[in-house]
Ligand binder design. Structure first.
Ligand SMILES: Cc1cc2nc3c(=O)[nH]c(=O)nc-3n(C[C@H](O)[C@H](O)[C@H](O)COP(=O)(O)OP(=O)(O)OC[C@H]3O[C@@H](n4cnc5c(N)ncnc54)[C@H](O)[C@@H]3O)c2cc1C
Length: 427
């Protein structure tokens, strides 16, 4: 069977090749990057009457925003307990409360602009592979409830068949506030809403340099330049040497997705009841979801850097899928592709400013909710709107020592995480 390396999503929602338009010599806001973050910022600013130009070095949305798994997780990597230790109780709790608001915010954004992106509030199950993991999950859920009033449902072993058709798990948590989308349709909807509001999008126009100049910014692109009062950088895992300062702070990590051939809808429903997405409590996180038509299963996770051959990488994904769902033995993979997620040493999504330029980046592999949310926040901040306040606004993340854009340490890190998962699974 030939495996398509094009994201499955692009079959239903092909990426748009845009006609070239002239770059205006001046605008209120220039945005670098036309993914969820850049488009959402452009939409808010244009609606408020600002002149906005968005530049993307590729076709609109071709990066992570149309390649992702489409789980509207809005997750934070640190647990509430470790967030309290790092940021203090007040800010840590505010972050988790904001995560809940941000998930609702995505729903409101989709509804407000009538975006047809197969949004399904199906809920999300996170499975524990060991009793110690399950106990830790229960304590975290209790702490979250005690500190913020946010509820998650504990799934005990007898409840598992209602949540997942796999005997790998000893229990887990279910979060009814998480759902799924068709990511390429969301990109397309955001693009249409932003351009309707007046934003001008210049695709295939790389930004080469941004310099402060006489109280504003000179934005140089490969097809000309413009003067902008404000600049937003929304390049996340696809930043390049046009911003060396950011490159030293943000590490791109490859993530791979595999999609099965069409299965019987009954089989899909028995593995993932109610169309619910699923993840695992592991260092090397894997996630699963049905496609919107309920006929295939999509699985994503970190691309193992030591598997340096595409066929082996896809086979690695297929075997991971079968290890959870042995019922899929013999089922073919029809699509597999990869994309970059971005991590910083802060380990949380962030909005910060440096030398007057605004950045919304570092979504740690969980950006379907956070990217549009922080894109909107940065836009509101520029507008001077008090709703621009967010607990994710902070100082820039520290730079990563000995890192200049080539993440040489990732293979060792992923191997270390894999080892920790293996040790944990033997407990
Ligand atoms: C395989 C995969 C699966 C994922 N699954 C999920 C999931 O299920 N749930 C979830 O919540 N998150 C998921 N994510 C993460 C999520 O997709 C991202 O966090 C989110 O899309 C980031 O959006 P963004 O707009 O910030 O960045 P992107 O969509 O990556 O856009 C950045 C843009 O910047 C442009 N750019 C970079 N440099 C320049 C320059 N110099 N000039 C002009 N343009 C430039 C790029 O071309 C790109 O289009 C996944 C990511 C991947 C890769």
């Amino acid at each position: 069977m030939t495996i398509s390396q094009m994201p499955y999503w692009w079959e239903d929602a092909p990426l748009m090749a845009l006609p070239k338009t002239d770059i205006s010599p001046a605008c209120d806001v220039a945005i670098v990057g036309a993914g969820f973050t850049g488009l959402s910022a452009a939409l808010t600013l244009s609606k408020a009457g600002k002149s906005v130009q968005v530049f993307d070095k590729d076709v609109v949305g071709a990066a992570a925003s149309s390649r992702n798994g489409g789980i509207t997780s809005g997750s934070l990597r640190p647990s509430l307990a470790s967030a309290v230790a790092r940021f203090g109780e007040e800010r840590a709790c505010a972050m988790f409360v904001e995560a809940k608001q941000a998930r609702l915010g995505l729903r409101e954004l989709i509804d407000a602009h009538g975006i047809d992106c197969d949004y399904d509030l199906s809920g999300m199950f996170t499975g524990a592979l060991t009793v110690s993991d399950f106990n830790a999950m229960k304590s975290e859920a209790q702490l979250l409830f005690n500190k913020t009033g946010i509820e998650t449902q504990i799934v005990t072993q007898d409840m598992l068949p209602d949540h997942v058709g796999s005997n790998k798990y000893v229990g887990g948590l279910s979060n009814s506030a998480i759902g799924t989308i068709h990511p390429a349709k969301l990109v397309s909807g955001l693009y249409k809403a932003a351009t309707k509001a007046g934003a001008v999008i210049h695709a295939e126009t790389a930004v080469l340099n941004v310099k402060q100049h006489a109280g504003s910014f000179q934005v140089e692109t490969e097809h000309g330049h413009c003067q902008a009062t404000n600049v937003i950088v929304a390049t996340n895992g696809y930043g390049d040497d046009s911003d060396k300062w950011l490159r030293r702070r943000l590490v791109p990590v490859k993530s791979r997705i595999v999609v099965t051939e069409e299965l019987s809808p009954n089989l899909v429903a028995s593995l993932m009841p109610n169309g619910r997405g699923m993840g695992e409590r592991k260092k090397l996180y894997r996630y699963f979801r049905p496609t919107p038509d309920g006929k295939r299963i999509l699985m994503g996770g970190r691309e193992p850097p030591w598997v340096n051959n595409l066929d082996r990488s896809i086979e690695h994904g297929r075997r991971a899928l079968i290890s959870i769902f042995p019922q899929l033995e013999g089922v073919g993979i029809t699509h597999s592709w990869s994309g970059n997620v971005a991590f910083s040493r802060s380990d949380i999504p962030q909005f910060f400013s440096h030398e007057g330029i605004h950045y919304a980046v570092g979504f740690c592999g969980s950006g379907t909710v956070w990217a549009p949310w922080l894109g909107n926040k940065v836009a509101l901040k520029i507008l001077g709107d008090p709703d621009g306040t967010t607990s994710f606004e902070s100082d820039p993340p520290p730079n990563v020592p000995l890192y200049r854009g080539k993440p040489w340490f990732i293979p060792a890190m992923i191997a270390g995480y894999g080892l920790q998962d293996w040790i944990n699974s033997r407990r």
